[in-house]
Design a protein around this ligand. Sequence first.
Ligand code: ADP
Ligand code: MG
Length: 320
Amino acid sequence: MKMQQLGEFGLIDRIRKMTSVPDPSWVGIGDDCAVIPLSPETGGAPASDLLVSTDMLVEGTHFLMEDISPRQLGWKSAAVNISDIAAMGGKPIATFLSLALPKTLPEQWMQEFMEGYNGISEKYGAALLGGDTTCSPDRICINVTVLGTCPRGKAKLRSAARSGDLVCVTGTLGDSAAGLKLILSGLKGAAPRLMDRHYTPTPRVEEGLALSCLPGVHAMMDISDGVGSDLRHILDESGVGARIDTGKLPISKELQALCSEKGWDPKELALSGGEDYELLFTMDPQETPDIPYTVIGEITANPTVTWEGGSRDYMGYKHF
Ligand code: ADP
Ligand code: MG
């Protein structure tokens, strides 16, 4: 079977079935981060867990050199990783950066890439502690590993959704996908705020930390492939379903205006586009988080998804 038939999640599932965690208190493949309980034996204080995640950006797949500046790419490489720490309700502490670069890449490119990378890393207190550098035959490949911490046993997992929970999101959805659509249509200058959301996403670290303190917040993840895909990870891991009211999706004024002008469907961009890096979480209806968020539906015991007011079964962004 070829990769395009197996798909990204089919392959990950195969790898997952060939592995196991050393102890049931560890979380391995299947969540935004691995969770490693620190203990005096593993060199840590007994009250905290270590969060670890890694993400790769490949030229031609995740970015085009002619479209993104080195500074934006540096920012985005760190941002998408820090977002996985936010997804667990954790605090970022460090990153490792590995680069495969073509021999012809100008030094100035690296200088600007690092300015973007350091800009966001300093903002969230994640120190660059190491990495690896090698030569690539022609395209750039960037891999970042991020480390974070959270109080012992408090990481918000994808597997914790319960029937009756509200399904919620932070921020607005579809802006980044609209930004990408503009780039691909050669209309880069058309909507600066949507372009910014695509090039320099903001990981929702403060929001994740605020939500992590609330016992009524159950499952959480970040939205990298669109709610149509990402919600399914929460549902699969938790063994539940959901009813989503597509009329409640938070759509920004800029996206609404652009969609009216171009005849695009904002629901399609919000559910099937990716890279919003907002948080998707489920919570007890009694819980009242003190951050801006939108309720878009509820978790059901029946393990299927219904998209009320939608035009199809949304699947999110597909990598293969
Ligand atoms: P995210 O979108 O949050 O970065 P992914 O969808 O990339 O998460 O990955 C889902 C899960 O699968 C994560 O727990 C990740 O660590 C794991 N994973 C992805 N690719 C591999 C791989 N090649 N080997 C082992 N685990 C993997
Ligand atoms: Mg994630």
